[in-house]
Write a protein that binds this ligand. Structure first.
Ligand code: G6P
Length: 470
């Protein structure tokens, strides 16, 4: 069945991008991707406004624009502390990125998370009509599907996780792990970016909870519910990004960057300032290159763009301090009168400017320690000049690596591997750069954000509806 006039898409995620076309560089890749999917499909995008209110009223702010409507609500200070800064970003985010050392387990956070998901359910329920298809995004909202079911919502509801799913034994340390995972059985379809994340989920469901997994592994039964699980890697809006890369702003930025590079090769990294992105390890890998190849060092420099993120959370304040110290030390030790090895920039840029920066750079350095997908890797590829493309160096531990095998793949924990990969990329002949880029670009074009949206919603629509099952 295809979407007809009767079936609207209701997307629900914590962060909602404005309906009127902002291309701010501060947005995560997920918000940008959902914006493209909704522009194509039409419907409602519901979530937190990012704003605060004294008393939660559930009053929805509706805004029409660019092919879809946004519907947002304000939250109370305690909600923001316990739900967003607390359970989402101090408990689940570090745990899901394998950082048990940073994960904080507090009952207050778990309670706030549950309360806010109930508030979201109360608020969005009246907006959902009988034939709508509901698609919930990411770790902030795992229990929302169950809360909607409790409020009589029999629509098809899907859930997509944009982070990794952690190995079973890590997840088992979360005090309410089983209850949380149980809520996922309220959905009809669960989507993950890679087979690795999906397998970890199935492991937990089977071994910790006794769920029953069908032989081909894509249908799981638990507590009288049947859920379909799929691998469905998100892409970028490739056509849009190529157009951005061809825009006047991008071309102007590209020329400006080339001028300021004065013939040196630019290596670029663009990441939210997050400990999962491996920024410390990246700078140390770059320093290793400077030490191991003194003859080459003045031939290049690293531009690291890292807009601050989740600044109320202590681990984010610490990583920011660490990186300031580290970039300062490396520059102090290695810089010369006419050369500074690292340009470290703590602000976001519009996407057309970034496209120009990517195009001007010889190497894209994308080395997260763990990442659900990583769309910067895909945007880097989409921005390149086909006749003279740059080289993508990509962490093996990013979800994107499963699709982007023609990148120079590295273990981001190894300074030596990062250093070797920089040398390989610098010396790579143009023919090889073109061949690798072509193969990468084919994938980025084929499995773009429209493909992702369609693959997931097709699965969701094909799932038997609750009305048929019950
Ligand atoms: C990641 C998450 C998204 C989130 C984004 C930006 O990509 O998977 O859900 O929106 O980071 O983080 P923030 O906390 O600023 O929304």
């Amino acid at each position: 069945m295809e979407f007809g006039a009767l079936s609207r898409l209701i997307v629900i995620s914590n962060r909602v991008a404005p309906a009127e076309g902002s291309h701010s560089g501060a947005q995560g890749g997920l918000a940008v991707a959902l914006q493209s999917a909704l522009r194509e499909m039409g419907g409602i995008w519901f979530g937190w406004s990012g704003g605060q209110t004294d008393v939660f009223t559930g009053q929805v702010n509706l805004q029409r624009g660019d092919g879809y409507t946004t519907a947002t609500v304000d939250l109370e200070e305690q909600d923001i502390d316990e739900y967003y800064n607390g359970y989402a970003n101090r408990t689940l985010w570090p745990l899901f990125h394998y950082r048990m050392d940073l994960a904080e387990y507090e009952r207050g956070f778990a309670g706030g998370y549950q309360r806010v998901n109930e508030r979201f359910a109360d608020t969005v329920r009246p907006l959902i009509e009988q034939d709508d298809t509901v698609w919930i995004q990411d770790y902030h909202m795992i229990p929302l599907g169950q809360e909607l079911r409790r409020r009589g919502c029999a629509n098809r509801i899907g859930f997509f996780l944009h982070t990794p799913w952690p190995p079973r034994r890590l997840l088992a340390t979360l005090p309410e792990a089983n209850e949380l995972v149980e809520t996922l059985f309220a959905y009809d379809v669960l989507g993950f970016h890679t087979a690795e994340w999906l397998e970890s989920f199935c492991d937990f469901a089977r071994l910790e909870m006794g769920a029953d997994i069908e032989e081909d592994g894509d249908v799981i039964r638990f507590g009288g519910r049947t859920v379909r699980v799929i691998v469905c890697p998100i892409g970028i809006d490739t056509a849009e990004f190529r157009a951005l890369a061809a825009s006047d702003t991008a071309q102007h930025t590209c020329r400006q960057m080339e001028r300021s590079a004065v013939g040196r090769a630019m290596i670029v990294g663009v990441d939210r300032l997050d400990y999962s992105k491996g920024l410390e390890e990246r700078l140390l890998g770059f320093e290793r290159f400077l030490l191991e190849h003194p003859e080459e060092r003045k031939e290049l420099f690293l531009l690291q763009i890292a807009p601050p993120s989740r600044a109320s959370v202590g681990s984010y304040q610490r990583i920011r301090n660490t990186l300031e110290g580290l970039s300062g030390r490396i520059n102090g030790e290695h810089a010369d009168l006419d050369w500074v090895p690292i340009r470290y920039v703590n602000q976001g840029y519009p996407r057309d400017v970034l496209a120009g920066v990517y195009r001007a750079s010889r190497i894209g350095l994308v080395t997260p320690l763990r990442d659900g997908m990583n769309l910067v890797a895909k945007e880097y590829v989409a921005a390149q000049d086909p006749g003279d493309p740059g080289v993508l160096i990509l962490s093996r531990f990013a979800g994107a690596a499963a699709q982007m095998q023609e990148a120079v793949l590295v273990n981001p924990y190894s300074a030596e591997e990062i250093s070797d990969a920089i040398l390989t990329a610098l010396r790579m002949p143009r023919d090889e750069r073109i061949a690798r880029w072509r193969a990468l670009m084919d994938g980025v074009e084929r499995e773009d954000v429209m493909w992702w949206r369609k693959r997931f919603t097709d699965e969701l629509i094909a799932a038997p509806s609750l009305a048929e099952v019950d």
